[in-house]
Design a protein around this ligand. Sequence first.
Ligand code: FEO
Ligand code: CA
Ligand code: CA
Length: 629
Amino acid sequence: MKMSDKENISFDEFDEMNNPRPEECEFDRVVESAISRRGFLGVVAMGTAGFTASAAFPNFARAAADRFGFEQIEASVADTVTVPPGFNATPMVNWGDPLWSDSPKFDWSVRGTAEQQAKAFGDNNDGMSIFTIDGKTVLVINHEYTNRDVANAHRESKLPETDDDVLKGMLAHGHTVAELAEIDGRWTIVKDSPLNRRITPQTPMELTGPAAGHDLVKTAADPTGTNLIGTWNHCANGETPWGTYLTCEENFNGYFRSSDPDIEISADKKRYGVGAKDWGYAWAQIDERFDISKHPNECNRAGYVVEIDPSDPTSTPKKRSALGRFKHENAELVINRDGHVVVYLGDDERGEFLYRYVSNGVYSVGGPTDDLLDDGKLYAAKFDEDGTGKWLELSEEATGMSAAEISIFSRMAGSKVGATTMDRPEWVASHPKKAEVYCALTNNKNRGIKPNKGGDETPVGGPNPRKGNKYGQIVRWMPEGGDHTADNFAWNLFVLAGNPAVHSDDRKGSSNVNAGNMFNSPDGISFDNNGILWIQTDGNYSNEEDFAGQGNNQMLAADTETGEIRRFLVGPISCEITGLSFSPDRRTMFVGVQHPGEKGKPSHWPGGGDSVPRSGVVAVRRDDGGVIG
Ligand code: FEO
Ligand code: CA
Ligand code: CA
């Protein structure tokens, strides 16, 4: 979610006026060196003893078999989901759809009530996974936030006004767990399945790991510091091999406010963006714990990765504090070859860090798993200019902080060890067939202009090579010796997004970006079983000026061996494309459409006519019913 981004576009414009880029800029030199140091599409060979990068791989212009299986589509500003010839996309479930046969029908004239929302699919779906549980296909999906102006369109303020408006919004957050069935070739929610569940900001949770029970997480209602209520603003997700879902609390700060306007905001709250005003959700109006002047520790109980067991609708979700507290994007879990659980984690804020968790114990099929995400080490990444990098352990010795403090104030721990400030780390995706990991760095208008919220400088260079970065890039790294627990890695840039139709300087993008496939702001990234990297965008959809010709947000496919990128899907007006999963038979790809119609942009997806725009999931299939990914 990029609320603050879009509110401050003038900052970039201001910068552009005052710091014009040179006509003939250093971009080609700087970027091509970052890209091609190891060969743009290079394979880096690393021995276990030494750490030597191989000679450059042949460049990506080499002939390669077409691994995509579709024809690229053009950019589009249509209010629909567009896919290539030979494919179809059908809405499967949308905001407000009932999960039980006794769910009250949504009254769209008022965008529903709290009672209706409590038993219906939530708003603004984001990351999702498909599980097979006792032979049943089960969807678990995040509901990141609400389109306040859509959900409250009947109110003059376009914001929640009554307590029921506020509660409706609150209950539109959280998760839907729902059984799916394919009936006459069409996927649908199975109403009344015993596995169906809504998880909301009111669902009991348990805090586990180093932060559990610490004074910083104790509140008047919970003197144990372990019994939490609710989870909210989940961006993306992850999955464990033991059948659980990982969900990531991102912009948790925007829900807190202060009834005391003169409250002094502490440095740790400032680092996490917790302040005296909320972002329009007004939750403190109905639940006092969101008032930081009365309950200053409540905000320390959010910002974690949460583990959910979808097989048991009565299970208590666990907030795994060992994975750190920040604006979590996703949780890419890899079982290293020696059994250690490695989780790669991005902190989506300008100038914040990229993290790695390594379990102390090892995973074995059927073995105990409950400690694997509680007992381990947390690291932050440092990228060096020479194409190598290092994971810096956030240890008590290195940070001068206790284990609990490192878990609760991970950003400060990262600052203390000198981790690299990044251009908003979004999803991380690990290649399914080799030790190679990718992270989308979506954009960063402050790069080279302003420090992060902790005062760490954000110099131009390394994997963040452009000042005032408007378009974003994808960095990848190769762990030394193919070992995800190794502290050293080599890195290069897979793509720099840009607009070569408008710019010839550092904003044109890397050489695998052209007028036909260009995009901005990569966010969701995920590999399919064939090793194709899917890229979803949450960027500027104005289709004007710097973004002319890029159209609505979209999903592209990338061949990471050849570098080729092709546009596969374009979403409706003012949406973001986010969330990707596959049916067990791999014949259906589920793709999320989030916030169509935001900020007053007139989308009526999926209903058309004058209907209310509704986030949802589309099922994408081949017309011939073939395997899709
Ligand atoms: Fe919720 Fe970082 O996107
Ligand atoms: Ca986003
Ligand atoms: Ca995202």
